[in-house]
Every structure is written in structure tokens, then in C-alpha cells.
Design a protein around this ligand. Structure first.
Ligand code: LMR
Length: 394
């Protein structure tokens, strides 16, 4: 049997992570996988997470199963965090999932069950694993224009034109904030136009929100998701706690399906629980419990928000420092977009040969499409990166 297996394409982000680990050079900089590192190069356990874990350790008296949808208190807390009061709770079906990837996977399976001919419109570019999972599930994808290689901003006219070619029932996958891999985002006026196209053409919105709190602030980063969720007929939201709670390995995510009809919401809820049962039965609980403990305790929540804000501001500072350094070295403003982008990533817009040269000659690792993880930098590696970027001729 096993001899029938064929090698699968390596995930580019994870392959890069491995290459970095195996690189024996002392002078190397990892700007690949989207993991936050502090000035010491460490991905710390957040203070509130440690405190919540201690509390759980002291108070938890059973490890018995929760429910197929996970602990309802987790869904309530996450819905509050992401949607605030934008959508009535009774319109939201929600299940805990293993990370944001698990939420995306379950969302795609739900789409396929509900409408096997639906196509999923994806930004060009999008997170590579979106495409990989969609292809694996046999769901047709259609790219819509998104990144403008000249301005390094959003090609909004192209995006709207492409979305206008979608058919009723097709799904539009959007990044709620901090677009991965480009760092280029829509403003709220543009989001409203996207909503108008979704409604005019009878499309289904799907939002992947994995970086809430990493862009303009916790509330600000949720605004687009709230706008879409409260304005369209059908909406799926895949959320991740990996980054904003720093609980990467705990696999903590949530999938929501929003529908204005109470009967439909019950069916959505039952179907999501069914999908959990088929794929892994009960979703992981530890990370979800940590997140719930933090979000439902005023002091822990305040401390978490303060630390998240430190992380966000440090990334903004690094963006500005890198943009300034590149301006100094190049004598031009052509790298100003780095300070405008938001979230963990920026797409530099460098050719693959130059990305390879950065790795081979300078030990600087970024994804082949020239996505760099701003959170992998620190004050002393910024000048090294800037110099290397200019040296290789970006
Ligand atoms: C990334 O894009 O680097 C992160 O979302 C991590 C991952 O799983 O790819």
C-alpha cells in the first residue's frame, strides 16, 4: 500500500524554518515563519497566559471531555473579542478548532458540504496553506487581484473588478486584518465596497482573522470583520489565538458561521459539531481554557492587552526603523511602504533570485515571495537587513 504514496510538495514556510535551523552560520536572521520574537530573539509565554495556566493547574479538577464544539464559554469569550456586539449571539454558530488552520479547514469542509460547486475567491497572493488545503479538498479556487507590485499597496480597482466576476454562492476569502503575506490592507471605505459587491452578487464572505491586535489595535483590527459580519447574509469567520495570545503550539482557534435565521443557525451549529467529530472529535481544550480565563478576568485581560500592545508597538517601531534605514541607504522613499503595512508581514516585492541571494550570502531567511516577518527583527538586526537588501540590489 505505502508504495503508492507520492511525495507531497513541501510547505514553503515550514521548509524554510527547517533550512534555518540547519544553517550552521552564527550570523543568520530568521524572517520566515510568522512567530513573534522579542528583542532577545525569544518567543515568550505571555504573562497573562502563565498566570491563567497556573490558575487552571490549581483549580481544574477534571480532564473529562468538554463538548464537540468545545467549551461554550470559550466561544462566548472569543465572539465578544472578535465581534463585540456587532452580531446577535443567536445568529452565530461556533466551534473550537485546532488553531486557525483547523478553523479554515473546517470552514472549507462546510462550504463543500453546503455547496459542492462553490468556488473560493482568494487574494493574489494569500497564505499558501489556504490554497494547499483548498486544493487538497478539491475545491476550485479563483485568485482575485490584491497586491499591487508597484505601490506595494492594494490594487483595489482590480480586486473589485475580479470579485464582480463571482457567481452567486461563490465564497470570497478575506483577511480580517494584517494581510498575510503582503501586509497591505483595505481601509474601511474599501471594505464597505467589498460588502456591497458581496451583497449585490449573492456571495458568501469568509474571513480569516489571525492577527487581531497586531495591526492598529485590538478593537481597530476587528472593525472590518464586524462590518462584514453585520452586513452580509452568510459569513464564516476563522479565528486564531496563536499569535495574539502567543499560544502557537496549543492549537487554539474558533470557527463561526453567521446566519440571520435561528433555525439555520441551529443546523449550522450541529453541522460544525459533526465536522469536529469526523475530523478529530473533541477540539483541544488547554489553549482555549487559557484564553477564556484571560478574557473573562478583568485583571488578566488588562495585563494581556497591555503586553499585546507592547508587541504591536514594537513591531511598528521596527517597521519605522527599517523604512528609515532603507531610506538613508537608498536615498529614496521607495521602501516607505514598510512603515505603512500592518501586522507581522511585509512583502518586499523582491525577485526570487534576490531572496535566494539574501539567504545564501547574508544568512537572511524570508519566504520566496519576499515576505518578511517584521516580528523576527530587533533593533540590531534591522541595519544588517537594510544593508543586505541594498547590497543584493532590491
Ligand atoms: C505563517 O504564515 O507563517 C504562519 O501563519 C504560520 C504557518 O502556519 O504558516
Amino acid at each position: 500500500m505505502f508504495h503508492n504514496l507520492k511525495p507531497q510538495p513541501a510547505d514553503k514556510i515550514l521548509a524554510l524554518m527547517q533550512m534555518y535551523r540547519e544553517d550552521p552560520r552564527d550570523q543568520k536572521i530568521d524572517l520566515g515563519v510568522g512567530v513573534y520574537k522579542n528583542a532577545e530573539g525569544v518567543t515568550p509565554v505571555m504573562r497573562a497566559v502563565k498566570a491563567a495556566e497556573q490558575r487552571i493547574w490549581e483549580e481544574q479538577d477534571t480532564k473529562a471531555y468538554t463538548g464537540l464544539a468545545g467549551d461554550p464559554a470559550y466561544a462566548d469569550a472569543m465572539i465578544g473579542l472578535i465581534l463585540g456586539t456587532a452580531v446577535p449571539r443567536g445568529n452565530i454558530a461556533a466551534v473550537a478548532t485546532p488553531g486557525g488552520t483547523g478553523a479554515c479547514r473546517q470552514a472549507f469542509e462546510l462550504i463543500r458540504m453546503a455547496n459542492p460547486t462553490a468556488r473560493v475567491f482568494v487574494s493574489n497572493p494569500t497564505w499558501p496553506n489556504h490554497l494547499s488545503i483548498l486544493n487538497y479538498l478539491g475545491i476550485e479556487t479563483v485568485p482575485y487581484r490584491y497586491f499591487d507590485g508597484e505601490t506595494r499597496g492594494v490594487d483595489f480597482d482590480g480586486m473589485i473588478e475580479d470579485l464582480n466576476s463571482a457567481n452567486a454562492g461563490d465564497v470570497v476569502l478575506l483577511h480580517g486584518c494584517c494581510h498575510n503575506p503582503t501586509g497591505a490592507n483595505l481601509n474601511l471605505v474599501q471594505w464597505q465596497e467589498v460588502v456591497n459587491v458581496i451583497n449585490a452578487r449573492g456571495l458568501v464572505a469568509m474571513i480569516d482573522i489571525a492577527y487581531q491586535g497586531f495591526g492598529d489595535g485590538l478593537e481597530e483590527d476587528a472593525q472590518a470583520t464586524r462590518l462584514v459580519a453585520s452586513s452580509v447574509k452568510h459569513c464564516l469567520i476563522a479565528a486564531s489565538c496563536s499569535k495574539n495570545f502567543g499560544v502557537y503550539r496549543e492549537r487554539t482557534g474558533l470557527l463561526m458561521a453567521i446566519s440571520a435565521d435561528a433555525g439555520q443557525t441551529r443546523l449550522n451549529q450541529d453541522t460544525l459539531a459533526f465536522l469536529n467529530r469526523q475530523n478529530y472529535s473533541f477540539p483541544p481544550d488547554h489553549g482555549a481554557r487559557v484564553v477564556t480565563t484571560i478574557l473573562t478576568d478583568d485583571a488578566l485581560r488588562a495585563d494581556w492587552q497591555a503586553e499585546l500592545e507592547e508587541v504591536r508597538l514594537s513591531m511598528l517601531g521596527l517597521r519605522q526603523q527599517l523604512a528609515n534605514e532603507l531610506q538613508r541607504l537608498s536615498g529614496s522613499d521607495r521602501f516607505g511602504f514598510i512603515a505603512q503595512h500592518r501586522g507581522m508581514f511585509s512583502r518586499l516585492g523582491a525577485a526570487p533570485e534576490l531572496v535566494e541571494k539574501l539567504r545564501a550570502d547574508h544568512g537572511i531567511y524570508m519566504v520566496g515571495d519576499s515576505r518578511l516577518n517584521i516580528a523576527g527583527l530587533n533593533a540590531s538586526s534591522v541595519p544588517i537587513l537594510a544593508k543586505a537588501i541594498i547590497d543584493v540590489g532590491v
